[in-house]
Design a protein around this ligand. Structure first.
Ligand code: HEM
Length: 335
């Protein structure tokens, strides 16, 4: 009897410690595709039907929603912080940060999704998860891949405007800088190329690429990595001293379809943003062979895109008892 005591305590101590760790850190829980199976089993179809309805009157909305998830995840992780309106609690919103101001859109559709989801399962589904689900639905509805969205994120209670200004890549940056911004959130070069493929749908305003059209980097000439025929079209749509807000299709060959044409365009010097074309035109870059692969093998692109969306969706989520489930995506609860 006496001899068994040290042996038992040797066994019990690690078990007890493990249990203690699990109890103390419930927030380290992983996201899961079944998180809402019992609490909101129809959440995916509710999200999908609201997106589908919005597409009837706005063929661009799926692209806009997909971009919201990206801009959410790159700032304080995927915590729905981009959705918070500037107000009493939120003095400097992410919405008003440079990459989002007069650019990010789809907030009203997120509100509609939230209302629909709340009607079926009140107080259960986070706004951060709604963004992840809306992105997947948008891609699938445009003809792109489907994947099992991992959910269980909770909503943050603050916004980080300076973080948005610093962390979201701009279309004027070098591939090295943009790669570093992806690496900063744990995403690699394959993720960068695959996720840039989201520019297979949606629009961009002239102000985001007109520096390429007439006097690129002070050379007095257009960006040499722009095809001359495409250049002529873009110069017409975005004349010097014209409006910076005129819209252009990011993928001129199939504007609203989610396909691999974005990569085929890069092979033909028809990337719209400088940051797009850099993936293929930066000498010696490891991204070139990935672009070549996705341009010729749409299945490879779709598989990589789905995996990279999961990777991006895993950036620092709040889980367990962190954050909250916002009842209005625009406001922290109780404010
Ligand atoms: C790699 C660095 C990236 C840069 C520099 C960049 C930059 C931009 C810019 C400047 C626009 C045009 C915005 C406007 O005209 O208002 C845009 C649009 C868009 N971006 Fe990106 N982006 C990047 C990566 C991504 C990623 C990772 C995704 C999603 C996975 C994404 C999805 C989109 C979509 C779908 C649109 C069209 C939005 C709409 O039509 O409303 N982008 N991006």
């Amino acid at each position: 009897m006496l001899g068994s005591t040290p042996c038992n305590s040797l066994l019990i101590t690690p078990i007890f410690t493990t249990l203690l760790i699990i109890l103390l850190y419930p927030s380290n829980a992983q996201l899961s595709s079944t998180f809402y199976s019992s609490t909101c089993p129809s959440v995916s179809s509710i999200v999908r039907s609201v997106v589908q309805q919005a597409l009837q009157s706005d063929s661009r909305i799926g692209a806009s929603l997909t971009r919201l998830h990206f801009h959410d995840c790159f700032v304080n992780g995927c915590d729905g912080s981009i959705l918070l309106d500037q107000g009493v609690n939120i003095t400097l919103s992410e919405k008003n940060a440079t990459p989002n101001n007069n650019s990010a859109r789809g907030f009203d559709v997120v509100d509609n999704i939230k209302t629909s989801v709340e009607n079926s399962c009140p107080g259960v589904v986070s706004c951060a998860d709604i963004l992840a689900l809306a992105a997947q639905a948008s891609v699938a509805l445009a003809g792109g891949p489907s994947w099992n969205v991992l959910v269980g994120r909770r909503d943050g209670v603050m916004a980080n405007q300076s973080g948005a200004n610093a962390s979201i890549p701009t279309p004027f940056e070098s591939l090295a800088i943009i790669s570093a911004k992806f690496a900063a959130v744990g995403l690699n070069i394959t993720d960068l190329v695959a996720l840039s493929g989201a520019h297979t749908f949606g629009r961009a305003q002239c102000r985001f690429f007109n520096q390429r059209l007439f006097n690129f980097s002070g050379t007095g000439s257009p960006d040499p990595t722009l095809s001359s025929t495409y250049l002529a079209t873009l110069q017409q749509n975005c004349p010097q001293n014209g409006s910076g807000t005129t819209l252009n299709n990011l993928d001129p060959s199939s504007a609203d379809a989610f396909d691999s044409n974005y990569f085929k365009n890069l092979l033909n010097n028809k990337g719209l943003l400088q940051s797009d074309q850099e993936l293929f035109s930066t000498n010696g870059s490891a991204t070139i062979s990935i672009v070549n692969n996705f341009a010729t093998n749409q299945t490879a692109f779709f598989e990589a895109f789905a995996q990279s969306m999961i990777n991006m969706g895993n950036v620092s989520p709040l889980t367990g008892n962190q954050g909250e489930i916002r009842s209005n995506c625009r406001k922290v609860n109780g404010s």
